[in-house]
Design a protein around this ligand. Sequence first.
Ligand code: SF4
Length: 157
Amino acid sequence: MNNYAVMEHFYTVQGEGSNTGKAAYFVRLGGCDVGCVWCDVKESWNAADHPQYTTPQITEWITSAGAHNAVITGGEPCMYNLDELTATLKNQRIQTWLETSGAHPVTGQWDWICVSPKKFKAPLPQSLSKADELKVIIFNNSDFEWAEQHATSKPKL
Ligand code: SF4
């Protein structure tokens, strides 16, 4: 059985992207090696700083809340193998939504994948190819070019 370091988890309303306005249970996994200078969750970077939980424990949080959608975010959630967690959630008829930089291979079964490519560690082409949407942080003007470059190279969008 897999263990996951979890920085925080809470039931709220998705505030970004195509699923904006939909209730979702957020699970923020600890651990990230991307190193964005403007990161607003730097406390997530070291997985060892956060307690470990199993798939049944995480699933229990989500089902107990009555949530129908789960957002697995980070940190960089794709540093974990997410096959077991997403299979269990889908068995419970929970919609699985992923938020990733794309810098690591995507594992698991997903109903929605948001890839947020970062200049600090570029996305893998195979991860980018799975994206249902792209999210790009605009920090300076060159970030518009970065966004357009990835939008045009993304066949699924
Ligand atoms: S990928 Fe996300 S969690 Fe990781 S450093 Fe960048 S903004 Fe922070």
